[in-house]
Design a protein around this ligand. Structure first.
Ligand code: LR7
Ligand code: MN
Length: 581
């Protein structure tokens, strides 16, 4: 997930979607005074009130609303009830200077109570929904590296305060080799007041993937619940997640991820009916279900939503099932791609991913990672993605490489490491194909295996490219002739079976060569000229390495590589069918 660039003046935007702030002004008209210092409040656990557990069906009860913070002791505190907090004018300098400690408003985070109330944003039906009395217990796992003190604590308090104690087996904090002093002894001391909190310290930086695995390895709850370390769990968040896992242990349940503004720390409600999806090249995003689908499936705003992929950071999964699935690929480094990996693995190997609207958790979306990448960030992420593509995408991996990652295919460009274990795991689990996944889980995804295909018609000669016995020529166009059928692939090859059009020799003449996805010398950019809004015409094939264009000999005697000339009809080509822009 690449969050938007931060801009102090702008409203909160996530993934291009405008979010509406909840209550910007205090409903009671109370003017907010700044807290001089954040006072950590040791929350008490409220024992289940009788009317929290009205049983309507044997063995079931309404979701418990254990929350000491709904009637906070300090209703006038800054940021209380999830309201926007304001930085006084004379503190703006301090605020700015502290911004980069976490790439959000660290100054304000420190001023608002660690156990503040936030608005109950659940759809109405949620408070009436029943869950089972004998839900499984969970271990909540937070991994973190150099997390801001106040947000880490607020994350932990929100879990302690808003989870039914009998379901919360433990909270495991995995310190991924943080460098900040306050995360050492101070954290141990602070957390020692909560018997349920355990701290695991990694001896070297592992990255979030292996840090989560280190947490899972010591977890004893029946369900693992992973959370980012800058979140606030909303009221009633846990039971609806566990309920899904209880119903079917192969269900992986995600809360709705709401937004805690990085600028004013307000708790912002997000739109309903959002699905986690990806676009090429494996970029996570949100997509709202269409009205049509909502009507067709008679969906209520409280119904679980099946998601092709999860955002990554927040989910509950049966612990044993997590291990049956082979956990994460431990070869993924630092950050990124693991959400794709686990999502494909879950769906293709028999599980399901759901967003549960009755479970809501706020997350601070930051414009930049506030920690260092041991190696280059971009290289780390693209290497992770290439591992995922190689193991899970089958023939569709060309779509991944073809959307800006061609360079990864060049020999020696990247060492993605050994994949034997991952491929063996996929076989052992008997997982379905990526094609099955696209057809059954994400049918609205546009994933053509090639960019264009059919006859390649030349506008100058009015004839079609013909490849016979390794020799290119032109002939009268005839759809029945296999020798005239070519593909324009995601690797931008002009390809007929194993043969590709390339350039060769000292004079860089056009030549037929064996196809090789890694070779930049076989790549052709097929440009479109948009004549009007509805008319796209005249395609030019430009050699990517040479920046010269494929030109037909006016007398139909083969092909040349000429200086590009958009006026020349002999340089314009047209495929029978186009699948990609
Ligand atoms: O090396 C690291 N070691 C860590 O322990 C790097 C990170 N971490 C910790 C970090 O402190 C944090 O608690 O891992 C957690 C996630 O890192 P973030 O908060 O920097 O990630 P993010 O919120 O920017 O990104 C999302 O995508 C990631 C891809 O690898 C992870 O899956 C994150 O968990 C995920 N976050 C969410 O899903 C929250 C909602 C975002 C959206 C949409
Ligand atoms: Mn995060």
């Amino acid at each position: 997930v690449k969050p938007k660039k931060n801009n102090l003046e702008n409203n909160v935007k996530v993934e291009g979607k405008q979010k509406t702030a909840m209550n910007q002004s205090d409903p009671n008209g109370v003017k907010h005074q700044l807290y001089a210092t954040a006072k950590p409040v040791v929350p008490q656990h409220v024992v289940n009130k009788p009317n929290d557990t009205v049983t309507q069906k044997p063995g079931m009860h309404k979701v418990m609303l254990l929350d000491v913070t709904q009637k906070p002791r300090d209703p006038a505190a800054v940021g209380q009830f999830g309201l926007a907090a304001v930085v006084p004018q004379d503190k703006e300098g301090e605020m700015r200077s502290r911004w980069n400690e976490g790439h959000f408003n660290v100054y304000l985070s420190e001023k608002i109570p660690l156990d503040r109330a936030i608005p109950d944003t659940r759809p109405q039906a949620c408070s009436e929904n029943l869950v089972h009395d004998d839900l499984p217990t969970t271990s909540v796992i937070f991994c973190f590296v150099d997390e801001v003190w106040s947000t880490l604590l607020r994350s932990v308090h929100s879990v302690l305060n808003r989870s039914p104690p009998h379901l919360l087996k433990e909270i495991i904090l995995v310190d991924d080799f943080s460098t900040k002093e306050y995360l050492k002894d101070n954290l141990d001391v602070y957390m020692s007041q909560f018997p349920k909190v355990r701290i695991v310290r990694l001896k070297e930086r592992q990255g979030l993937i292996r840090a989560r695995l280190a947490g899972a390895a010591v977890a004893t709850g029946e369900v693992l619940t992973f959370l980012d370390s800058h979140i606030e769990c909303n009221v009633g968040w846990l039971e609806p997640l566990l309920e899904r896992v209880y119903m079917d242990r192969r269900k992986v349940a995600c809360p709705v991820i709401e937004v805690i503004s990085d600028k004013d720390m307000s708790y912002v409600l997000v739109d309903n009916f959002q699905r986690g999806i990806f676009k090429w090249p494996l970029v996570f995003g949100w997509s709202t279900l269409s009205e049509e689908v909502i009507k067709r499936d008679k969906m209520k705003d409280s119904d679980p939503i099946r998601c092709p992929v999860m955002a990554g950071g927040l989910f509950s999964i049966d612990r044993k099932y997590f291990y049956e699935l082979g956990t994460y690929d431990p070869g993924l480094e630092v950050w990124g791609g693991e959400n794709m990996e686990i999502s494909f693995k879950i769906w293709m190997c028999g599980g399901e991913i759901e967003i549960i609207p009755c479970s809501r958790v706020g997350h601070i979306f930051r414009s930049e990672n506030p920690y260092k990448f041991p190696k280059d960030r971009q290289r780390t992420v693209e290497r992770n993605l290439a591992r995922v593509a190689e193991v899970w995408l089958d023939e569709y991996k060309d779509l991944f490489y073809g959307h800006g990652y061609h360079h990864l295919l060049a020999k020696g460009a990247v060492d993605i490491g050994n994949l034997t274990e991952q491929i063996r795991l996929r076989e052992k689990l008997g997982c379905k194909s990526f094609r099955w996944y696209l057809e059954n889980v994400y049918p609205d995804m546009n994933a053509p295996l090639i960019r264009a295909e059919g006859l390649i018609f030349n506008l100058g000669t009015r004839k079609c490219l013909t490849l016979e016995k390794g020799v290119i020529s032109f002939d009268v166009c005839d759809l029945n002739k296999q020798s005239q059928h070519f593909n324009h692939t995601w690797m931008r090859n002009l390809q007929q079976r194993g043969s590709c059009i390339g350039i060769q020799g000292p004079r860089e003449g056009v030549a037929i060569q064996p196809c090789d996805k890694a070779s930049p010398r076989l790549r052709w950019l097929h440009k479109s000229l948009i004549l009007s809004s509805s008319l796209v015409e005249h395609f030019i094939a430009e050699h990517l390495a040479q920046r010269k264009c494929l030109a037909a000999d006016p007398y139909g005697k083969g092909l040349h590589l000429n200086e590009c000339d958009s006026a020349s009809q002999f340089q314009k080509w047209h495929f029978t069918n186009y699948y990609a822009p």
